[in-house]
Design a protein around this ligand. Structure first.
Ligand SMILES: *Cc1c(COP(=O)(O)O)cnc(C)c1O
Length: 361
């Protein structure tokens, strides 16, 4: 079988090695006579996978001991609700930096629960840039500040997270988790839906300071309580065992190629190659995003007309390049360059872009 190059924004490409390992072990897990996904999540075999996955995350992301690593179902979207339910009330305030579609979604949920302040809004620039740190001021009494690390749809990304002093920073890293180290001096809590850069859909990875967990509201239905998830080591109820297993295999793949260092090297090589092809096309391809805010994970661009974009998509697919359509809310084109996308895939894409431009320029 030939795998095509899958540039989809999510669910998205996973390491071939991880998929092959899962397929070898799917029916008869390590000679146990059954699949891992048929077993009790309270048994010894699953428990090992579960604990090892937490260990690998801690190791690769250098998570300090005063943080808890949690697996919670409901994807990133449930975190949009759980975070304000845990920390906000009509009397408590949180600060939001609105950089695009996903930061807005979190803000809209938070507004239902407490005082959600917008301290910066990129709407005027159509969400094409990340603000400088001197463009916003946080409220001293905010119980947290909130950002989206990488706007998957708009194609913009924080190079460096803002310094928020004594105000805990909460970050949605759904689309760039495991593509960069985390500066734990700045981040009190992060979450990420797994289906972008880690595993299939089915859960969010949540990493948060233990002191945040202690502060989180307890007068909530059980599943919404961070303290219960932490106390039960993410086994309060049945976890999505397949997603945890696939996360495990992806993390082992990251370790096997050289860890985050190698991931970052490949990431920068891929992004540089694609942005160069766009920049050197004399406007045939046009990236609408501010240069200093360009995402290394989701590269967006436009062409001279929608008609041309549609032809590009159709012909790209014939060349084995799929998932390049921009999000329905913004149109255009988008290539997601998640960890599992080989450098070779981006070379093929860039070659195709040059070929298409010459033929249709
Ligand atoms: C995809 C995405 C989400 C939503 O994730 P779900 O797991 O579908 O809830 C949230 N934030 C960002 C940055 C995303 O890319």
């Amino acid at each position: 079988m030939t795998r095509i190059y899958n540039f989809s924004a999510g669910p998205s490409i996973l390491p071939r090695e991880a998929l092959e390992e899962a397929s070898r072990e799917l029916v008869d897990y390590k000679n146990s006579g059954m699949s891992l996904i048929e077993m009790s999540h309270r048994g010894k075999i699953y428990d090992e996978v579960h604990n090892e996955t937490i260990f690998l995350l801690k190791d690769i992301l250098q998570v300090p001991d005063d943080y808890e690593i949690l697996f919670i179902q409901g994807g990133a979207t449930l975190q949009f609700a759980m975070v304000p339910m845990a920390f906000l009330s009509p009397k408590a305030k949180a600060d939001f930096i609105l950089t695009g579609h996903w930061a807005l979604k979190a803000y809209e949920d938070a507004r239902l629960i407490g005082q959600a302040n917008v301290v910066w809004d990129g709407a005027a620039d159509k969400y094409t840039r990340i603000p400088d740190s001197n463009e916003f001021t946080l409220n001293k009494d905010a119980v947290y500040a909130y950002i989206c690390s990488n706007e998957t749809i708009g194609g913009i990304q924080w190079r460096e997270f803002p310094l928020t002093g004594s105000i805990p920073l909460i970050v949605d890293m759904s689309s760039d988790i495991m593509s960069r180290p985390v500066d734990w001096n700045k981040v009190s809590m992060l979450f990420a839906g797994t289906q972008k850069n880690l595993a299939p859909a089915g859960m969010a990875l949540v990493i948060m300071k233990k002191e945040m967990i202690e502060k989180a509201a307890k007068n909530l239905p059980a599943y919404l309580r961070y303290d219960l998830h932490a106390k039960e080591k993410s086994l309060y109820n049945t976890p999505p065992t397949f997603t945890v297993w696939m996360t495990n295999l992806t993390l082992k793949w990251i370790t096997s190629i050289g860890g985050l260092n190698e991931i970052e090297k490949r990431r920068d090589e891929k992004a540089a190659m694609l942005y160069k092809a766009i920049d050197e096309s004399n406007g045939y391809y046009r990236c609408p995003v501010d240069r200093n805010s360009r995402s290394t994970m989701n590269v967006v661009w436009r062409m001279l007309s929608e008609d041309l974009e549609n032809r590009f998509l159709k012909e790209a697919l014939k060349q084995g390049l799929s998932g390049l359509k921009g999000h329905r809310s913004v149109g255009g084109l988008r290539a997601s360059l998640y960890n599992a996308m080989p450098v070779e895939g981006v070379k093929v894409l860039v070659d195709f872009m040059q070929y298409f431009m010459q033929k249709n320029g």
